[in-house]
Ligand binder design. Sequence first.
Ligand SMILES: [Zn+2]
Ligand SMILES: [Zn+2]
Length: 145
Amino acid sequence: MTASTNLCESCHRSLSGQMWHRLDDMTICGPCYREASSIGLPVTCQHCGWHGVTNGTRETNEDMIEHDACADCIWWFRLAGESDLPDSIRIGGEHYTLTENPMARCGGRVRMLNGLDLGPVNLWSNGTIPERWRELLPDNAKWIT
Ligand SMILES: [Zn+2]
Ligand SMILES: [Zn+2]
């Protein structure tokens, strides 16, 4: 270890005896990490009313603050923003993502509501779409039996 790695690269305080973190290829101390990653900031979710502090990844925390949303609603917010992509599959209020991974087979053949037959596909299940997100994430496919 070189001398520089024993100092926080953000505030230059000593890291000896402290928890340290990696962020953007920098080694930084706990307080700098919390500040840089927006951990612990209060958020009230405009979608579901959840009130708490940011506790996810930096990207999630920044989205939570920017969009006044909890981590759970950010997840659906992101999926809603990608609802036009061909890998976004909604059947019966459940959300799935098309994948090449054979481990993810949810079983069955899928036909898009626009008539496109996807055949047997591998899908990751993303869970049941909450009622308040259904309007933005309406069904777009069905199982073919
Ligand atoms: Zn620091
Ligand atoms: Zn929420």
